[in-house]
Design a protein around this ligand. Sequence first.
Ligand SMILES: C[S@@+](CC[C@H](N)C(=O)[O-])C[C@H]1O[C@@H](n2cnc3c(N)ncnc32)[C@H](O)[C@@H]1O
Length: 283
Amino acid sequence: MRQVSYLIPKTMVPNSDIKFLQWALPRMGYRWEGFRKPRNQVLKRIRERMQQLGLSGGYPEFKEYLESHPEEWKQLDRLCDVTISKFFRDRKVWEFLRDHVLYEMLKKHEAKSVNLWSVGCCNGEEPYTLAMISEQLTANSDQQKNISILATDRNAEVLERARTGRYPSGALKELTEDEITTFFHETGGKDDEDFEINEFLKQQISFELRDIQYSLPDQVFDIILCRNLVFTYFTQERQLQFLQLLKPRLANEAFLVIGSNEELPKLGWLEAVSKTHRVYGRY
Ligand SMILES: C[S@@+](CC[C@H](N)C(=O)[O-])C[C@H]1O[C@@H](n2cnc3c(N)ncnc32)[C@H](O)[C@@H]1O
């Protein structure tokens, strides 16, 4: 009789990398499914770490090391950061936020400040996109612009890049010509820093190093963007714990935005404002 494994495409056969991730991720409160696509970024760092530790016996030796050095789990946790983002990621979501959510909010708030939070802001693409849509909304209108944006990430390296606001030209390819000329200037500098965000956008954002596993900001927000982090990578139990902590940080009638491929666990206090765009309102 033919062996079943012949019938399975090679790419689907679990290899030692996958088996290791399937063993380690749930132990840190992560879902393996979330890492299916970006796993190579994470695996590369894990291999480098094993090399750094002088572990030549591969994953079996690394597992033993983790079991005898519990502090190494924290290090491994950090290696699991998926640091991929884009300006106007899922553009239709941003158009909905600008033309409906933020538009109405600015009208209602009048002079009162609108507080926004980008959780896991990566290299800054998300908070800068927030600043761009608010600028697009208010630049040619008499609407008051009173927006403050908090952008947090636990990864000091990406946060520093976000603060600097300098990007290679490839990072701008989703932007229109008009957006590039309005929001960036050319640096004439190094290859990977061709364009820099204009100062008037930077001024709207405070960047903060923060690991949401340990602490959340004290402020109350009108819109929280938590995209492609908690609801992709965390186990459902951790998602629910996080949402409990988030609840007092969402003002009444505030909005939570999650990633376009993410789902919220069932809750009694958030209602879909747009299921398509993954925008939820607190009631
Ligand atoms: C895939 S990126 C998402 C970026 C952006 N929100 C987006 O949707 O394009 C995930 C970001 O979350 C950050 N991150 C991961 N775990 C975190 C944690 N526990 N606390 C804060 N930031 C975290 C990573 O460093 C990374 O920059």
